[in-house]
Design a protein around this ligand. Structure first.
Ligand code: BG6
Length: 294
């Protein structure tokens, strides 16, 4: 990692009551700070010392155990989108994950490992374990590790790290890395299309599920002068979402004008890219976020 001596200051972790009195961890490294709620194992903040926050967090977000946090990185699992008779985007984002390990490393990084607790909703699936490892250093690395613990049944699920990135103004931002990729256009009744643009610009509601793409994506924010790079492993889908005007007004936990300040670029395995795990097998989706002036 750049710009820090060979002996960086060791990372620190502090346990706090966060907003809504929900338990939260604050991690400070030589390069950055991060905040993670146990509710949803939800990273709500990552900020490099010399940069604006990487993640958008809505001023209207609820911090209540029954609701997901609006912004940061919701962990979407074990399904993506609506499901009849069930909540949107799975139950992992509204469960109180257990902190299992705190792993400071000699290079000044800090990793924390969470585990999804057992719940009645999980009973609808073959037995499984879901762990989430967050590593904080100059960037942020996220690993969602799912093991099928059943001896005879396959485990099928969708997963998505629904990352809300902060931008200075969406009108000056572009998303690069998806040209030629097929996507389902959710604002056009799931019509299948192919991305024609080198740089995607957003000037209306965008809700697209790009399939069969493992490519890194960049969010180029010309107004802020920052490039965010999203690299991923074992993730075949990328979702791009901005609610724009009408949808923003419909959401009780999102400010009417906040769509200017964010874009979701979500790494996952959803829809036709859902994961099917044989008994005893483990999958690990890994996402690395880095930012630099640009
Ligand atoms: C995106 C979906 O991933 O999440 C959108 O593609 C959805 O369709 C958005 O509106 C937000 O979902 P929620 O449940 O957090 O309001």
């Amino acid at each position: 990692m750049a710009n820090i001596s060979e002996n960086p200051k060791p990372a620190r972790i502090t346990f706090l009551d966060g907003r809504g009195e929900l338990p939260m961890l604050e991690i400070t490294t030589a390069w950055s700070t991060a905040e993670i709620y146990l509710h949803g194992a939800h990273v709500t903040n990552f900020k490099k010392c010399d940069e604006a926050p990487l993640l958008f967090l809505s001023q209207c977000s609820r911090f209540e155990s029954a609701h997901p946090i609006r912004g940061g990185i919701p962990v979407i699992f074990p399904w993506f989108g609506p499901r009849e008779g069930m909540g949107m985007h799975g139950f992992a984002r509204v469960k109180p994950w257990e902190l299992k390990e705190v792993l400071p490393a000699a290079d000044g990084s800090m990793s924390v490992r969470f585990q999804l607790p057992d719940s009645p909703e999980a009973g609808a699936y073959p037995e499984f374990a879901a762990d989430y490892v967050v590593t904080v250093n100059e960037g942020l690395t996220l690993e969602l590790i799912v093991t099928n613990k059943s001896s005879d049944a396959k485990l099928e699920f969708e997963e998505c790290l629904h990352t809300y990135f902060a931008v200075e103004d969406i009108s000056a931002a572009s998303i690069v890395g998806l040209k030629g990729v097929s996507y389902l256009d959710k604002v056009a009744n799931f019509e299948k299309k192919t991305e024609a643009n080198d740089a995607i610009r957003i000037s209306s509601e965008v809700d697209r599920v790009y399939l069969d793409t493992t490519a890194a994506v960049e969010i180029r924010d010309a107004r802020m002068g920052r490039v965010i790079r999203v690299e991923k492993e074992h993730s075949a889908s990328t979702v791009v979402w901005n609610p724009w005007v009408a949808k923003s007004q419909e959401m009780p936990d999102f400010g009417n004008d906040e769509y200017h300040k964010m874009v979701c670029v979500e790494s996952g395995n959803v829809s036709a890219n859902k994961v099917v795990l044989a008994p005893g097998k483990t999958s690990c989706m890994k996402v690395k976020l880095h930012s630099a002036a640009g």
